[in-house]
Design a protein around this ligand. Structure first.
Ligand code: FAD
Length: 319
């Protein structure tokens, strides 16, 4: 019995979340005294998985799986789990994994706990802690089925590097013909996505207008960060809707979230509070965001952000 982990890739390259769930799977496997098998679908180079605790890689190369299709991916994972006799299957909290997990659960007659934030407190019965209500509450869940699926919340566990080597086995699942064929996928941007970003730089209505986003973009570029915004900013058309974060927008669970000219309304905080470190830049010392912040700068964004950019550039030049 091994722990099976689905290591997602994007155009052949493993996502950060894949390495996090591999690290998490290793911790669970250690609790159970077993090994980790990763399922890698159309990945270019699987060798790095060994550095995140994976003992064996099931390498699947198939044209039919070139684009994500929840049904086909769930079938593939089901066959992989059955082949390995896996009783615990670990997935990330990406949109794709959340889409396929219930299908996989039905296929394997398994219990599925999503948004899990810690390794199991008990392995018999398997008991996990999950976040609920956009991080405002936690719940403890037991999974009592034979096969168990755990969806790990982004950035809840982090990356744990080891010096291991993973063995590799090619696996050919039998895939039914799909009714849907994706002809092509055109990425809108090559920028870091909010879901994958370690750092997110986010701007609010305090930035006055779209013409002032140059400094937000520049700060994000220097930090290798994704850009985000508050809801009114996207509603006003200052920024694309894909950047809207919060309760009704994308959730953010980055290591660092920098909020510039954002008041910190409850609906905004609901979506970003899972971030580890929150830095707030705001002219109003009474802005609610300061209560949720780890670091705060009371100041004008148009003065503070250019200074921050200059400091970071000087720091990078010394490296
Ligand atoms: P404002 O509230 O206008 O705040 C601007 C801030 O900028 C102020 O704190 C001000 O002090 C500061 N500021 C001004 N000038 C400067 C300067 N020069 N330098 C630095 N700071 C400056 N909002 C979201 O963001 N995400 C959501 O998902 C979301 N969902 C919602 C769902 C519902 C059902 C409802 C009712 C609302 C939702 N909202 C959401 C809206 C939310 O309630 C707030 O209205 C919104 O978050 C405010 O955006 P803001 O902070 O950019 O703007």
């Amino acid at each position: 019995m091994s722990v099976l982990v689905y290591t997602e890739s994007d155009q052949g390259t493993f996502k950060k979340g894949a390495l996090e769930v591999a690290s998490y799977a290793k911790a669970v496997a250690n609790q159970l005294g077993t090994t980790v098998t990763a399922v890698a679908i159309n990945a270019n180079d699987t060798s790095k998985l060994g550095n995140y605790g994976v003992d064996k890689v099931l390498n699947i190369s198939k044209d039919a799986l070139q684009s994500f299709n929840a049904k086909l991916y769930a079938d593939t994972l089901k066959q992989s789990a059955e082949k390995e006799g896996a009783q615990i299957i670990i997935l990330s909290s990406s949109a794709d994994s959340k889409y396929l997990a219930p299908l996989l659960a039905v296929g394997l007659n398994a219990g599925y706990a999503s948004n899990v934030i810690e390794t199991p407190s008990s392995t018999s019965p398997l008991t996990v802690k999950r976040n609920a209500f956009t991080n405002k509450a936690f719940e403890t869940t037991q999974i009592n089925t034979d096969v168990k699926i755990i969806g790990v919340s982004s950035n809840a566990f982090g990356l744990v590097e080891t010096s291991g080597n993973a063995s590799e086995e090619n696996f050919e699942p039998s895939i039914a013909e799909s009714n849907i064929t994706v002809e092509s996928v055109d990425k809108v941007t090559d920028k870091v996505t909010i879901a994958d970003a370690d750092i997110v730089v986010s701007g609010g209505r305090g930035l006055k207008g779209p013409e002032n986003w140059g400094m937000i973009e520049e700060l994000a570029n220097i930090l290798g960060a994704a850009t985000a915004c508050s809801k009114p900013v996207s509603d006003l058309g200052w920024r694309p809707h894909g950047e809207h974060v919060g309760q009704t927008g994308k959730p953010v669970a980055s290591n660092l979230y920098i909020a510039i000219g954002i008041s910190g309304a409850i609906q905004h905080l609901a979506g970003v509070s899972a971030s580890k470190v929150k830095v707030v830049i705001n002219t109003d010392s009474e802005a609610p965001f300061f209560k949720a912040a780890d670091y705060g700068v009371v100041g004008d964004a148009f003065t503070v952000v250019p200074q921050l950019i200059d400091k970071l550039k000087a720091f990078k030049a010394q490296e």
